[in-house]
Write a protein that binds this ligand. Structure first.
Ligand code: PMP
Length: 397
């Protein structure tokens, strides 16, 4: 038969973890696995600003006809301003364009095919570790994937090793950088580190691709864009993948953009013609709903204020959970050992727990996290921090 030779591939380990969690009958279980934000009730709710925007759309939307290859123009304008700043000189010079994509993943896939087709022979450099889908997306597109170190054996950011490796990258290659809230580690570069990376990028003539999936979850909506804006203002060319999954809570609506900065308005038109052509063969035209919601929110002063407050609420809840967990670990004498949890940013923490400890946490305490020791801090139930700390202390004995 036609399908007889087809074998089975293992499922996504994080989704497998989700299933194992769902099947665990222990009512006192903890889900620190999959990367979605959770509120104090353990839910991933629709934001109020999104509900209000959706209500307006239901009332006003007159058609569901296709939108163009680059998506909804107003969404593109708004997302450029959100990422680069409304007063960005690139926007004024028409050196930047957004192509609407199905989530940040779609933007990464579009950039992978763009590099493969329009910049043949360029390799791509990913941090070690990185979000596992980075590895597969660029591989599938046929790019040579290499890695630069990011975290040392002491489970701390190792900027010197990162810079030393980047200095050896072949001229012209692409380097993928996480704008903030590095997934999976939670370790972010300081402003000084970013300036040093910029110098290497410049001296090796590298093309940065900045993955911006967590704007607003680190230090704030504007603060998190600092490095992206530095690179956009200092370099002639840049690729940025922006996701609205986390900060708008639009996970299932698949909303994101590939933002491209070029050295001239003229060149932007060339590059965008290629992107529209590639997108046409990937998903034809992008899904509209989430982008229409984002454009509605960002285009209305009141909705935008409400949304920014909601993002700030999510951000501060995560930051609070980090410090509360450290407090809960204190009586066990573990505060020092896990001090990095307080320094990391965003939803994730590379805890430094070993795969054996992670397994023990799961088997004996129903605490679910990824095998690498990555915990989703946003999944912590703040009312049960003491029992989480107790479980961690047990496996650290
Ligand atoms: N980049 C990183 C680093 C991510 O963690 C994610 C989401 N897990 C994405 C991109 C893509 O997000 P989405 O496709 O859900 O918008």
């Amino acid at each position: 038969m036609h399908f007889d030779a087809i074998g089975r591939v293992p499922g996504d380990p994080i989704l497998g973890l989700m299933e194992a969690y769902a099947q665990d009958p222990n009512p006192r279980k903890f889900d620190l696995g999959v990367g979605v934000y959770k509120d104090a009730q353990g839910l991933t709710p629709v934001l109020q600003s999104v509900k209000l925007a959706e209500q307006r759309l239901v009332d006003r939307q007159g058609s569901k006809t296709y939108i163009g290859g680059h998506g909804f123009a107003e969404f593109g304008r708004q997302i450029n301003a959100l990422v680069l700043g409304a007063d960005s000189p690139l926007i004024a010079a028409q050196r930047v364009g957004a192509t609407q994509t199905p989530g940040g993943t779609g933007a990464l896939r579009l950039s992978a095919d763009f590099i493969a087709q329009c910049l043949p022979g360029r390799g791509i450099w990913l941090s070690n570790p990185t979000w596992p889908i980075h590895e597969t997306i660029f591989n599938i597109a046929g790019l040579k994937v290499s890695h630069y170190p990011y975290v040392g054996s002491d489970n701390r950011l190792d900027v010197e090793a990162m810079l030393a490796a980047l200095r050896q990258v072949p001229k012209g290659d692409v380097v993928l950088l996480h704008a903030c809230c590095h997934n999976p580690t939670g370790f972010d570069l300081s402003h000084d580190d970013w300036r040093r990376v910029l110098e290497v990028v410049r001296s090796r003539d590298l093309l940065p691709l900045i993955d911006f999936a967590y704007q607003g979850f680190g230090d704030g909506l504007e603060q998190d864009a600092w490095a992206v804006r530095l690179f956009a203002n200092e370099l002639p060319e840049l690729l940025i993948t922006s996701s609205c999954s986390k900060n708008f809570g639009l996970y299932s609506d698949r909303t994101g953009a590939l933002i491209v900065c070029t050295r001239s308005a003229e060149k932007l038109i060339d590059v965008r013609s290629q992107l529209a052509n590639i997108a046409r063969n990937l998903w034809s035209t992008p899904p509209d709903h989430g982008a229409a919601v984002v454009a509605t929110i960002l285009g209305d002063a009141d909705l935008k204020t409400l949304w920014a407050d909601e993002v700030e609420g999510m951000r501060t809840r995560i930051a609070q959970l980090r410090s509360s967990l450290l407090q809960a670990l204190e009586p066990h004498g573990l505060r020092e050992r896990f001090a990095h949890i307080g320094e990391q940013r965003g939803m994730f923490s590379y805890t430094g727990l070993s795969p054996e400890q992670v397994k023990q946490l799961r088997d004996s305490h129903s605490v679910y996290m990824v095998g690498t020791g990555r915990a989703n801090v946003a999944g912590i139930d703040a009312t049960r921090l003491d029992s989480l700390a107790e479980a961690i202390a047990q496996v650290c004995k």
